[in-house]
Design a protein around this ligand. Structure first.
Ligand code: ZN
Length: 454
């Protein structure tokens, strides 16, 4: 059985229920599972691979609960730099309509590389546009090649402009085809086992791009297989106005009508729930992906994540798609969460520890997992390490090494282990030719925007 030993970490922060920490700490891994953790001198001294983590802080890998990987191709489009959500979507839909299988595959790898280098070891993705033969299989292949733990959300849109929806008719799918493909990908790929590297999620896009009937059928299908469901909800006031006019309901009321609450559901954003809705989302243990950068970028608002957490909702962080962030930097997103909650006047509205909790335990809970998000025997071997002697952490790490990661914002991890495999070492992503990947990605990005694809 292959073993991996992390030794002599300056500090290990486990994020377990007791917030256990060790100086001169070690972690002993067999295959893909943590077997022992504690002071280095109390652990095995030999293993197939040994990593000397002297001078590093070791943490659980970060968990990203909302993304649209394909949007790395359309970051920072000049026409959409200063647009709110509906305007921004209308600019992007016709461009995304030209996506190809290769564009999906390459953009997935770019997003994953950024996530991995910024501390993320597990991510969900929500792709909801599948033109020209693109399939979720293209993303699953990319994640497997990079050794990344992936929750692939099979997104969809079915209500185009002709039926009163926001997206152009050319990018929506037939509902029957959506449900057929959803069933296919669950049966082909979903792995419910402990320490699974791949789970499928069903994810109709939003109230203004799918029908209530598809929402109902999709969640029934998901529940029949025991898979989670995900959508965008209560992101903007425009969406609230659309739901009031079209359904006579608020977005949260619509979700409740359709059965879209509970421990197997999470909603991206949840910027505009009422106080009563917050308490109902909490009592049903509904999940929320908080995406602070995107909410700021699109001027959507400030999600009441403190109230949501207090009410009992499961809350994690999401970088959101790369056309509204415009990065996939997971640690930076934790920092943004901290800063955004403070904007309203409370300087302790979210602490650095709470930001880490959201990025680890909170995210794991949102994705329905009890095998990631903390470091303890029996947990999946997903861990990250940052050197504490870097320029960015100078003068910060000596006072409080954990909080320094949030406040001082180091640009990349030095070590990342996913499922027991070393994926980043000495700050370098292994097994990926990044310059070649970026070159191809940029060529595809230009071709996509210029209308030269497919
Ligand atoms: Zn989104």
């Amino acid at each position: 059985m292959a073993s991996l030993l992390i030794q002599h970490a300056s500090l290990i922060v486990s994020m377990d229920n007791d917030d256990t920490r060790w100086a001169d700490g070690g972690i002993y891994v067999e295959e893909n599972v943590i077997r022992q953790i504690g002071p280095t001198d109390q652990l095995p001294q030999t293993a197939d691979r040994i990593v000397n983590a002297r001078g590093m802080i070791i943490l659980p890998g970060l968990v990203n609960t909302h993304h649209h990987f394909y949007q790395t191709l359309t970051r920072n489009l000049p026409a959409a730099q200063d647009a709110n959500l509906f305007h921004w979507l209308r600019i992007h839909y016709p461009i995304w309509a030209r996506l190809t299988p290769e564009a999906i595959y390459v953009s997935t790898k770019v997003a994953l590389a950024e996530l991995m280098l910024s501390g993320c070891t597990t991510s969900s993705d929500h792709t909801y546009i599948w033109p020209h033969g693109a399939r979720i299989d293209d993303q699953i292949q990319a994640a497997a090649e990079m050794g990344f733990r992936f929750h692939a959300a099979r997104g969809s849109m079915s209500v185009g402009e002709a039926q009163g929806g926001l997206p152009p008719d050319s990018v929506v799918e037939q509902e029957e085809a959506i449900l057929r493909d959803s069933r296919r990908v669950i049966e082909q790929y979903h792995d419910a086992s402990r320490c699974s590297m791949l789970r499928i999620v069903l994810a109709p896009c939003s109230p203004f791009s799918v029908s209530p009937e598809l929402m109902r059928q999709s969640i029934a299908l998901a529940r029949s297989y025991g898979v989670s469901s995900h959508t965008h909800l209560a992101e903007t006031l425009d969406e609230a106005a659309y739901c009031a006019e079209t359904f006579g309901r608020s977005p949260v009321e619509l979700a409740e009508d359709l059965g879209w609450v509970g421990a197997d559901v999470w909603h991206a954003h949840m910027v505009h729930p009422s106080a009563d809705e917050v308490s109902r989302l909490g009592s049903t243990r509904t999940g929320v992906a908080h995406c602070p950068s995107s909410n700021m970028r699109l001027a959507s608002g400030i999600a009441p994540i403190r109230s949501l957490r207090r009410a009992g909702a499961r809350v994690g962080l999401g970088v959101d798609g790369s056309a509204s962030n415009d990065g996939s930097h997971m640690l930076a997103e934790a920092r943004q969460a901290l800063l955004l909650q403070r904007v309203l006047g409370d300087p302790a509205a979210l602490t650095a520890w709470e930001a880490f909790w959201l990025a680890t335990r909170g995210g794991a809970s949102v994705l329905g997992r009890d095998d990631i998000g903390s470091l303890a025997p029996g947990m999946a071997a997903d861990l990250i390490g940052y050197r504490l002697d870097t320029l960015e952490l100078a003068g910060g790490a000596p006072h409080d090494p954990l909080a320094a990661l949030i406040f001082c914002h180091p640009p990349h991890v030095d070590l990342s282990v996913i499922n027991g495999q070393i994926r980043v070492q000495e700050g370098v992503l292994r097994d990926t030719d990044l310059p070649a990947l970026v070159e191809r990605h940029n060529a595809l990005a230009l071709a996509l925007v210029r209308g030269e694809l497919p």
